[in-house]
Design a protein around this ligand. Structure first.
Ligand code: ATP
Length: 525
């Protein structure tokens, strides 16, 4: 097992053991790429999303919030281009049968005629022999190398076995579709197909007929939250009279029928996004793209991600959508390598224009103070341009877990090894644990009274008297509780408790009445 796999396995195991993330429907064998956030994970993800909302909506005057439906009019996805092009290029490996995304496959250096290394996997070996038999493909094998085999001119190989023998690419649309209203989609399909077959139509025509028959009841689970901000643009402008530049922010569930299973919750079929559309005057996209790059990088660091684990990746020209005039990913260094956490794109006026064309409605903005560049007179009506920072909350929670995960070795006496989650106090699921040293002598009662003080202040503190004190400290280190407050024999006489700091295990005595203030201060930082 590689170092990477070992680290990931430890994080996944802690996530399950301590109630952060479970496989969805686990008792039934689980549902592929679907996960449930357990009691600790639900708090962590919610805290992260609250931080985002606080930074985006509550701490500034130029952004308002939105909470839109997951199901939208199907025309939305036609106008936005998702129906025709929100797809992944899928390929099957002809050697081992792996199905994978062409755009994520390992690249082969251009012009390289070096032999391609075929991973020595049982499945690949057996399949290769079959392929040779069936197709008469003649290959010379030297050890694990397919000598002379050229990568197809597509420039990538199978991520599982390294083979360059691949099927054609097929576009696979990622949107989940379902049916709204009292319809029996299967009945409709059967009736349509029967009628089409009777009239002797070919496969292509039958397919088109079936699509038509289902079209009026078909709806899609949104694959991103962003489109609602464009579609509701005129209502928000009408209701709020915002002064440009301004933004509309939304957090919530999105759904993608992801085919490749990858890295725990990093790529899941149902996940939460935190997206904001920032509307600016034409020509100001690049300037605001720079602004939002800085803001977002700062924010990820403010919630605890280490600067050295974050970077920008600029999209190449051939990666940029045709309408975009600049796009950067915020990448995080996950245990398996750099990968996308957030995309920040300058989208020009593409989205509002696309929905204006699709709906026949005007999606523009009138600025009475601006000078119209064509007439030179005051008052300018224009279609705003958009800069979009689009972040993943589910992916963000995983990055936070990976960054906070730490193991401390034992000291010279073999004591003190521990696993600790160094979460920012604002993200920690439990802010303070209040622990009676023993279950007698009034200690549990005194501890409960301290918990009450926290709850009155709106801070999530937990009473915990299960197991020996060392075990309780270990448990709270593993869920990232920043403070443990221990009530002991001395508490009754002088009303003090021991506070133990998670990060350095330092302990000191403080007045029980100060406990809430200490935690409040840490939460403010
Ligand atoms: P990828 O290239 O990884 O498929 P993307 O570029 O398609 O991602 P966007 O459409 O830009 O992603 O979505 C914005 C953010 O939503 C991503 O940066 C990511 O954090 C999150 N996200 C997208 N797809 C998923 C998914 N399947 N599971 C979890 N988070 C996702």
């Amino acid at each position: 097992m590689s170092q990477t796999e070992a680290t990931m396995q430890k994080i996944v195991s802690l996530a399950k053991r301590r109630g952060f993330v479970f496989q969805s429907s686990e008792i039934y064998g689980g549902l592929r790429s679907a996960y449930d956030f357990g009691p600790m994970g639900a708090e962590l993800k919610r805290n992260l999303m609250n931080e985002w909302w606080r930074a985006m909506v509550h701490s500034r005057e130029d952004i308002v919030g939105l909470d839109a439906s997951i199901l939208m009019h199907p025309q939305v996805w036609k106008s936005s281009g998702h129906l025709s092009s929100f797809s992944d290029p899928l390929v099957d490996c002809l050697v081992c049968g792996e199905r994978f995304r062409a755009d994520k496959a390992p690249r082969v250096a251009e012009g390289s005629d070096a032999p391609i290394t075929l991973a020595d996997k049982g499945r690949a070996k057996a399949a290769l022999e079959k392929l040779q038999e069936a197709h008469g493909v003649s290959l010379t094998r030297s050890g694990k190398t397919l000598a002379g085999a050229q990568a197809s001119d597509r420039g990538y190989v199978c991520p599982n076995c390294g083979s360059p023998f691949l099927s054609d690419e097929r576009q696979f649309n990622l949107m989940f579709r379902t049916f709204m209203g009292p319809v029996d989609p299967i009945g409709k399909v059967v009736d349509t197909v029967r009628a089409a077959v009777e009239s002797g139509e070919d496969g292509k025509a039958i397919r088109a007929r079936v699509e038509d028959a289902l079209a009026e009841s078909t709806v899609y689970m949104r694959p991103e939250t962003a489109q609602a901000m464009f579609v509701q643009f005129p209502n928000v402008v009408q209701a709020m009279s915002p002064k440009i530049p301004f933004g509309i922010a939304q957090m919530g569930k999105s759904f993608r029928n992801e085919v490749t299973v990858e890295h725990f919750v990093f790529r899941s079929v149902e996940f939460e996004q935190m997206e904001m559309e920032y509307f600016v005057p034409p020509g100001e996209g690049p300037k605001w793209l720079d602004y939002w790059k800085d803001e977002r990088m700062r924010w990820w660091q403010s919630v605890g991600l280490k600067a050295e684990n974050l970077r920008f990746r600029e999209h190449d020209d051939d990666e940029l959508a045709h309408y975009s005039d600049g796009c950067f990913d915020v990448d995080y260094q996950f245990p398996w390598g750099w990968d996308e956490l957030e995309g920040i794109a300058s989208r020009t006026d593409y989205d509002l224009k696309a929905h204006a064309a699709g709906s026949g409605k005007k999606l523009d903005y009138f600025d009475p103070q601006a000078t119209n560049p064509e007439t030179g007179k005051p008052g300018w009506r224009f279609v705003p341009h958009v800069v979009e920072p689009a972040a993943g909350a589910t992916r963000g929670a995983l990055a936070i877990l990976c960054d906070a995960y730490d193991e401390e070795p034992a000291d010279a006496d073999g004591k003190g090894a521990r696993t600790v989650l160094r979460l920012h106090p604002r993200l920690a699921p439990v802010k303070a644990a209040v622990l009676p040293l023993v279950k007698k002598d009034g200690m549990p009662e005194a501890a409960r009274a301290i918990v009450e003080q926290f709850l009155d202040a709106g801070i999530n503190a937990k009473f915990d008297q299960q197991h020996a004190i060392g075990k309780r400290y270990a448990r709270h280190d593993e869920i990232g509780t920043p403070f443990c407050l221990t009530v002991d024999g001395q508490t009754a006489s002088d009303e003090t408790v021991t506070i133990r700091y998670r990060d350095d295990r330092r302990q000191e005595r403080i007045a029980a009445s100060e406990a809430v203030t200490v935690v409040q201060e840490a939460l403010r930082r």
